[in-house]
Design a protein around this ligand. Structure first.
Ligand SMILES: *Cc1c(COP(=O)(O)O)cnc(C)c1O
Length: 389
């Protein structure tokens, strides 16, 4: 087995007569001329039987799906129009009314929203675990428990899920185990190795990596599971378009290099903030006092590019701090080349009241940082001047 750095640049490209392109061409076509009716029917019925219509399969998107499967160690994967497109394809493709879903308490806001909606309107039962322990999972299991839904690294608190323990317990209970691996990427963690049936990414973040595309992927340990979700995704229509797939393919070639730099800059910012009088409660899994540090050391090949901290001055001071930054930018999203900051209490988590914010580990002065690829000295100078106010 080769290393991620090698697999990231080894993309399957189509053979021409006597040569083949180094980059995957953008097959900007909605439909394909078929050799005969059987070939057409086969391509519409099966994800691996050629091409007939781009909602079902497209060669550029297929190259991305093969690359993701290579990197995650999956049987097959599915590219979608966004991370939420992948998440909805998996949830709607695999769940029936009456099924019970067990979800990690601290989930991406969009996922939290869909699961709540499924529970309210489609007869899905939902339990949220407050922590990440396997004993809590055992306590909420029911006869109709169907799915366990986790995130490798939680947003914005950077708590790491105990994947080996939770996934083993979930599989022992016969659950379909799903892990959103967006924050870790396959460079830092491959959840199939710990027993995940499904691995999801918002490719908008690190995989694409350049703040220029919205896309998602779902990868499957098992080809039958892939086939079921593929059929649903085709009907839902939440598939990736060829240009979006091409941008993600292009991004992934430098993913291992970029992740190394994101992790390095995040660690240096975390240490800078941990020693600064205006910052409290700095959270990054690489810090020795982080609640998940020992676990992260065991299951991650790097501690990630996201950190958060509390401005000691509370909400007003946090707002002033983000306004004073000159290199780092106030913006949602993460995983791009530029360092981005976000004030969760007034943006991504604005719908939570004070008690819910506390439960989510977010304070009035909490700031999330997605460390970019800049020279650290420039980031250091920027954070220091903005904190000195
Ligand atoms: C951004 C994000 C999503 C949603 O992805 P989109 O591409 O914005 O639809 C899902 N999960 C996590 C962890 C994310 O950060």
């Amino acid at each position: 087995m080769t290393h991620p750095e090698t697999r990231a640049v080894r993309v399957h490209t189509p053979a021409l007569s006597g040569s083949s392109p180094m980059a995957v061409p953008i097959y900007q076509t909605s439909t394909f001329a078929c050799d005969d009716p059987d070939a057409c029917a086969g391509a519409l019925r099966h994800p691996d039987h050629g091409y007939a219509y781009s909602r079902h399969a497209n060669p550029t998107t297929r190259a991305l799906e093969q690359l993701i499967a290579d990197l995650e160690g999956s049987a097959a994967s599915l590219a979608s129009s966004s991370g939420m497109g992948a998440i909805n394809s998996v949830l709607f493709g695999l769940l029936q009314p009456g099924d019970h879903v067990i979800a990690q308490g601290r989930l991406y806001g969009g996922t939290h929203g869909v699961l709540s909606d499924l529970a309210r309107r489609f007869g899905i039962e939902l339990s949220r675990m407050s922590g990440t322990g396997a004993d809590e999972l055992a306590a909420v299991l029911r006869p109709r428990s169907k799915m366990l839904y986790l995130e490798t690294i939680a947003n914005p608190t950077t708590e790491v899920a105990d994947l080996p323990t939770l996934l083993a317990a979930g599989r022992a209970a016969g659950l379909v185990t799903v892990v959103d691996n967006t924050f870790a990427t396959p460079v830092l963690c491959r959840p199939h190795e710990h027993g995940a049936d499904v691995v999801i990414h918002s490719a908008t973040k690190y995989l694409g990596g350049h703040d220029d595309v919205v896309a998602g992927v779902a990868a499957f340990a098992d080809a039958d599971l892939h086939r079921r979700v593929w059929q649903f995704a085709v009907n839902l229509g939440a598939v990736a378009d060829p240009f979006a797939s091409w941008l993600v393919l292009r991004g992934i070639k430098t993913l291992p290099l970029r992740m190394a730099r994101h992790c390095e800059n995040a660690g240096r910012l975390a240490r800078l903030l941990a020693g600064h009088p205006q910052a409290n409660n700095v959270r990054w899994p690489g810090l020795a006092d982080h609640p998940s540090h020992a676990l992260a050391t065991r299951i991650l090949d790097g501690f990630g590019g996201v950190l958060c901290f509390d401005h000691v001055g509370g909400r007003a001071a946090a707002a002033k701090f983000v306004a004073r930054l000159r290199q780092a930018t106030l913006a949602p999203s993460l995983g791009g080349p530029e360092t981005l900051v976000l004030h969760p209490a007034s943006s991504s988590h604005r719908e939570l009241d004070a008690r819910e914010l506390r439960a989510a580990g977010i304070g009035e002065g909490t700031i999330r940082v997605s460390a970019g690829l800049e020279h650290f000295a420039d980031l250091q100078a920027d954070f220091e001047q903005a904190l000195a106010a």
